[in-house]
Design a protein around this ligand. Structure first.
Ligand code: URA
Length: 424
C-alpha cells in the first residue's frame, strides 16, 4: 500500500476503505510501515476522526492481528472493562460474584500505568498469586472454578501494543475512535460473549465529561455488537476515588469487605449495577436482590477464596496483603463538609509513594497507598483525619503530602455525589 496516500486521505478528512485499513494494521505488525508514517496517520485521526464503520474495521483488524481466545465451550462467558480509575477494585468483587450467579469469567487483565491502578497488580499483592497461566490451565480453571484472571498475553491484539506505545509518545492517545478501537480489540480477542463497559467520568478519568463518555460508550458498544457480542455500558463517577482504599493491598482488603457484605456503599453500588447489566446481556437475569444476597450470605466470598486458591494465592498467610507499617495522617484544617476529593491527585500521590508506575517496567510496592476517612458530602471537624497515607520509609511522602493537601476541598455545605451517572 502507498502510505503517503493513505495518510493524505485521512489528513483531508476522507474515508478509508476496509481493505486499506486492514493492510495498514498488517503493515504495523509486520514492521513494514515505519513509525513516522503511523504517527502521522494517528495525528490525522486525532483531528479528522474516524467514522463508526472505520472504527469498527480498525478494531476488528487489530483483533485479527493476533490470537482470539476461543471460549465457546464455556457457558455464559462474561467480561467487564473499566476505562481506568482510582480505587477501582470492582473486578476483584465482580468476577467471583458473576461466577456465583452462573457466569464464567475468563479474563485477561492489565497492570496499572500512571495514576490508575491495574487488576493484575492488585491480585499480585496476595502472596503466591500467579497471573501467568498457559492457555490450557487458563481454560481449565475457567471450567472448574468459573473464574480465572491472568495477565494479558502479548499475542492478543499485538497491533494495539504497537499503536498504543506510539500514541503515548506522540500525544495521540486522546481520540475517541482510537481509544474505542484499542479497548475493544483486546476485549474481542478475549473471547467473552457478553461485556459490560464501565466508562469512568471525571477528573480522575480519561473522559472528563458525560457527553464524551456517552460517545465513547456508544462507539465501543457498536464495535462489540458488529462482532456479535452483547454489550452494556455503565457510566460511573471518577471525580473522587471509588471507595475509601487506594493502593494495591489495601484495595484487595476493601474488596474482601464488599465480598463479605460490608464495605463502602459506592463500591457495592457499582458492582451490583455492573453485575446486573452483564448478567442480563448474558441471558442470566438476576434481580438486584439476588445479587446483593450473594454478597451478603458469603457465597461470593467463598467463590473468591476458591479462585485465589486455584491461582496459588494465600489469603491467611501473614505475608499476604502486607500493608506497610509506616503511616502519616492528613487532617482537616477546619470544620466543614467535603466538597471535592481530586481523584487524579490521590492516584498520583499513590504513584509517588511507589504504589504505581511511571514507566511500564517499574516495580510496584503493593503495601503503600492512601486510605480515605471521608467522602464527598461527609462532614469533618478541624484536626480530624481526612486520609491515612501508608508510605515505605518516607519514599515519596513529601510529594504525596503536597498532592493530598490540594486534593481535599472543604466547604460549609456540599451534597453527596452519586456514583452511577447513566446507563444506556
Ligand atoms: N485504554 C486502552 O486500552 N486504550 C486506550 O487507548 C486508552 C485506554
Amino acid at each position: 500500500m502507498h502510505m503517503p496516500s493513505f495518510i493524505q486521505t485521512k489528513r483531508d478528512g476522507r474515508p478509508h476503505d476496509d481493505a486499506d485499513l486492514r493492510a495498514f494494521v498488517d503493515g504495523i505488525v509486520s514492521g513494514d510501515i515505519p513509525d513516522y508514517q503511523t504517527a502521522a496517520w494517528l495525528m490525522a485521526v486525532v483531528f479528522q476522526g474516524l467514522s463508526d464503520a472505520e472504527t469498527a474495521t480498525l478494531a476488528s483488524a487489530m483483533t485479527d492481528s493476533g490470537d482470539r481466545l476461543d471460549l465457546s465451550d464455556l457457558p455464559h462467558t462474561v467480561d467487564k472493562h473499566s476505562t481506568g480509575g482510582v480505587g477501582d477494585k470492582t473486578t476483584l468483587i465482580l468476577a467471583p460474584l458473576l461466577a456465583e450467579l452462573g457466569g464464567t469469567v475468563a479474563k485477561m487483565s492489565g497492570r496499572g500505568l500512571g495514576h490508575t491502578g491495574g487488576t493484575i497488580d492488585k491480585l499480585e499483592s496476595i502472596a503466591g498469586f500467579n497471573v501467568t497461566l498457559d492457555e490450557a490451565a487458563f481454560l481449565k480453571q475457567a471450567a472448574d472454578v468459573g473464574v480465572v484472571v491472568a495477565g494479558a498475553s502479548k499475542r492478543l491484539a499485538p497491533a494495539d501494543g504497537k499503536l498504543y506505545a506510539l500514541r503515548d509518545a506522540t500525544a495521540t492517545v486522546k481520540s475517541l475512535p482510537l481509544i474505542a478501537s484499542s479497548i475493544m480489540s483486546k476485549k474481542l480477542a478475549g473471547g467473552a460473549k457478553s461485556l459490560v463497559l464501565d466508562v469512568k467520568v471525571g477528573q480522575g478519568a480519561f473522559m472528563k465529561t458525560v457527553p464524551e463518555a456517552v460517545q465513547l460508550g456508544r462507539m465501543m458498544q457498536a464495535i462489540g455488537e458488529r462482532e456479535g457480542r452483547n454489550v452494556a455500558v455503565v457510566l460511573t463517577d471518577m471525580d473522587q476515588p471509588l471507595g475509601l482504599a487506594v493502593g494495591n493491598a489495601s484495595e484487595v482488603l476493601e474488596a474482601i469487605q464488599v465480598l463479605q457484605g460490608s464495605g463502602p456503599p459506592d463500591v457495592r453500588e457499582v458492582v451490583v449495577r455492573l453485575a446486573r447489566e452483564v448478567l442480563t446481556q448474558s441471558g442470566l437475569p438476576a434481580s438486584e436482590r439476588d445479587i446483593r444476597a450473594a454478597l451478603d450470605d458469603g457465597r461470593a466470598y467463598a467463590r473468591f477464596e476458591r479462585w485465589v486458591a486455584a491461582q496459588g494465592g494465600r489469603l491467611t498467610d501473614e505475608t499476604s496483603l502486607a500493608l506497610s507499617p509506616d503511616t502519616w495522617m492528613l487532617t482537616a484544617p477546619r470544620d466543614g463538609v467535603v466538597a471535592n476529593i481530586d481523584a487524579l491527585a490521590v492516584g498520583e500521590a499513590v504513584r509517588r509513594l511507589g504504589g504505581g508506575r511511571s514507566r511500564k517496567d517499574d516495580a510496584v510496592d503493593h503495601g503503600v497507598g492512601v486510605d480515605l476517612h471521608v467522602k464527598v458530602g461527609g462532614r469533618t471537624g478541624q484536626g480530624e483525619p481526612l486520609a491515612t497515607v501508608r508510605h515505605r520509609g518516607g519514599r515519596g511522602l513529601e510529594d504525596a503530602q503536597r498532592m493530598l493537601a490540594g486534593a481535599f476541598v472543604l466547604d460549609d455545605q456540599a451534597a453527596e455525589r452519586p456514583v452511577l451517572l447513566e446507563v444506556s
